[in-house]
Design a protein around this ligand. Structure first.
Ligand code: GRF
Length: 236
């Protein structure tokens, strides 16, 4: 083989894709933030593994709790997982900039080239500067029915009945305390107002007689496992 032929061959090897092998396509890279059991993280892992979420990969899992069982779930699947303790800072000091916690998270999300941030049982409030930086790229699972556009205090059920909107922690308990018979879960974009961003998908769940916060929360989670996968699919 002449020098020219060898050079041309080398050029082809380096620059032409192998016939039959698809060009590497860009996958939607998720950063999943957890604080607890991580069953929603597991639902995403399983949906990627069984082909329900083609074109999606988990780039990074971040936990603010060292005890979160979700960390082990990530490790079981050899996913990069980082424990970042959430330090307390005076809220007023960080109105226009991210807190140091968030700056660390933002740096990691950028380093791992995350396209979409999924709050899957993440129990910390993210500031406006952080959310502006990741505008419409942060979604959350909330165990209550939120109005379609996010804001508002009343939700109209499919049967026409009006129920209050439950935000914040213990939304399942709030639904029980309100004496209603139907609640549900929503996946929504995260905005600076807690649990008030536009809804991506949601589902009603019946409250059974004798339900406790735990039993209701567990049934809501079963629905959430489908909703979070559906929401990510919608955003592909
Ligand atoms: C879910 O019920 C979700 O609605 C709420 O936190 C819970 C997380 O559960 N935001 P897991 O850690 O995914 O099991």
């Amino acid at each position: 083989m002449s020098k020219e032929q060898a050079e041309s061959f080398a050029w082809k090897v380096m620059n032409e894709s192998t016939p039959g092998k698809p060009a590497p396509e860009h996958k939607l890279r998720l950063g999943v933030l957890i604080s607890g059991s991580g069953t929603n993280l597991q639902a995403i892992i399983d949906a990627i593994a069984d082909g329900t979420l083609p074109g999606v990969e988990i780039a990074l899992v971040i936990s603010n709790s060292a005890q979160a069982a979700g960390i082990q779930r990530a490790l079981n699947h050899r996913l990069p997982v980082i424990y970042l303790p959430w330090r307390k800072f005076p809220r007023d000091a960080f109105l226009r900039e991210m807190t140091p916690n968030e700056a660390q998270i933002a740096g990691l999300l950028q380093f791992f080239r995350v396209d979409l941030v999924v709050l899957a049982g993440w129990m910390r409030i993210l500031s406006a500067p952080f959310l502006e930086r990741f505008n419409r790229r942060v979604i959350n699972i909330h165990p209550a029915l939120l109005p379609r556009e996010g804001a508002g205090e009343i939700y109209i059920l499919s049967n026409g009945e009006q129920i209050p909107v439950f935000r914040g922690m213990h939304a399942a308990q709030m639904a029980l305390d309100a004496g209603i018979s139907i609640t549900g879960s929503s996946v929504h974009y995260v905005t600076p107002v807690v649990d008030a961003g536009p809804v991506i998908c949601q589902q009603e769940v019946a409250i059974e007689p004798g339900d406790t916060e735990d039993s209701l929360q567990e049934r809501l989670k079963l629905v959430e496992h489908k909703l979070i996968v559906e929401a990510i699919k919608q955003l592909l």
